[in-house]
Design a protein around this ligand. Structure first.
Ligand code: DQA
Length: 144
């Protein structure tokens, strides 16, 4: 099976960006963790700073993926377009955050993605990506 792992704005700077909040792993380190956690499943791992590109990739996943993991980063708090795109999917969708947005500033407390997601993983740092891959594989197996 194929699992899409999509990453939103500023996550290309992981490792250097507020490491006390987001940890020292780079996005390349995190991709490696996903590949290892996936075993035989195929991971398509991408990052963009552009909202519309995330929408394009979500639409692409309609045909190509069996599960989708998304760290929408700041767009999770702002984007109706992401919500609508995710709502078109029939595959499991896992929302992922390195930090726990509920324990941070008020402007991070609402997510447009959560209401379109199967489940949410937040607050476990880079390890959350491995948990999300496991969760995706579990959901895919349940549906098989
Ligand atoms: C984040 C949390 C968001 O609030 C923030 O805008 C990010 C990263 C996380 O992974 O903890 O860019 O999605």
């Amino acid at each position: 099976s194929v699992i899409y792992v999509l990453n939103g704005p500023n996550l290309n700077l992981l490792g250097a960006r507020e490491p006390e909040i987001y940890g020292r792993d780079t996005l390349a380190d995190i991709e490696q963790r996903c590949l290892t956690a996936a075993g035989d499943a195929r991971i398509v791992f991408r990052q963009t700073n552009h909202e519309g590109v995330l929408v394009d990739w979500i639409q692409e996943a309609r045909e190509k993926a069996q599960a989708l993991i998304i760290n929408p980063a700041a767009y999770g708090h702002t984007s109706v377009a992401l919500h609508d795109a995710l709502k078109t999917l029939t595959i499991p969708v896992i929302e992922l955050h390195l930090s726990n947005p509920a324990a941070r500033e008020a402007f991070r407390h609402h997510s447009y993605v959560s209401s379109a997601a199967t489940g949410v993983i937040a607050g476990f740092g880079a390890a959350g990506y491995e948990l999300a891959v496991q969760a995706a594989l579990t959901k895919v197996r349940e549906r098989a």
